[in-house]
Ligand binder design. Structure first.
Ligand code: PXP
Length: 243
């Protein structure tokens, strides 16, 4: 089987984290979205967290208006987020577990344990034409729950794979590969993301059934290094020209 092209969704949350550190408008995640579109990114991913620590409500419409790229809204399964998703109608909504005190989304969604809470949210998003994915661990019980919930897509949490080394990494990789194959066999589109870097992305990208990767923190961090030289040069030029 020839693998189809793997889509890259770029999570721009941490551009907003840097913006919010000073409380102003710079750097604007919308400008990041425009750059992603200009270089052939396939989608923009943004997580509107309950505490609004990075993306804000007012960013969503601006991101949607700025590029023709599909927006994948990561959201907790709450009435507040459901109302926001229904108002904005992103292309996709990825339901994630969310704890206020966590630094980032730590584990997968307990789709198996929370079926009754998730079912109405998944169906209301689907009725609005929003493509739902569930952010779950690469675990058969969770995948079966996603099938029962009729989610068209799942995103496998690659955090354990990214943090593992040696033999354990190979075990985590196999788990994701096996679950991606099982998802595809059941008509669910498998995605993956979390903690992916230049060093660890390729074994994941080689899993033929995966259709999409969502990558954020590493890309924004790396962009600091690839962009800093130009920014310093430009500042130097402006200072010199002012004399
Ligand atoms: N996918 C999901 C569902 C996430 O919650 C996140 C983090 O917000 C990512 C992908 C991107 O992870 P990272 O920022 O580690 O690349």
């Amino acid at each position: 089987m020839t693998p189809h092209r793997l889509r890259l969704g770029v999570n721009i949350d941490h551009v907003a984290t840097i913006r919010n550190a000073r409380g102003g408008d710079h750097p604007d995640p919308v400008r990041a979205a425009e750059i992603v579109a200009a270089v052939g990114g396939d989608g923009i991913t943004a997580h509107l967290r309950e505490d609004r620590r990075h993306i804000r409500d007012s960013d969503l419409a601006r991101i949607q208006a700025a590029t023709g790229l599909p927006l994948n809204l990561e959201m907790a399964a709450t009435e507040e987020m459901l109302a926001i998703a229904l108002a904005h109608k992103p292309h996709a909504a990825c339901i994630v577990p969310e704890k206020r005190e966590e630094r980032t989304t730590e584990g997968g969604l307990d789709a198996a344990g929370q079926h009754n809470r998730l079912a109405p949210i998944v169906s209301r998003l689907a009725d609005a034409g929003i493509r739902v994915s569930l952010f779950i661990a690469a675990d058969e019980r969770q995948l079966e729950a996603a099938i029962r919930l009729r989610a068209p897509a799942v995103e496998f949490h690659t955090g354990d794979y990214a943090h593992a080394t040696g033999e354990q990494r190979a075990i985590e990789l196999k788990r994701i590969a096996d679950m991606a194959a099982l998802a595809a066999k059941n008509g669910i589109e498998p995605h993956a993301g979390h903690g992916l870097t230049f060093d660890n992305v390729q074994p994941i990208a080689a899993i033929p059934q995966l259709a999409e990767l969502n990558i954020g923190h590493y890309l924004v961090g790396e962009a600091v290094f690839t962009g800093l030289a130009d920014a310093v040069r430009q500042m130097r030029e402006l200072m010199d020209a002012a004399r």
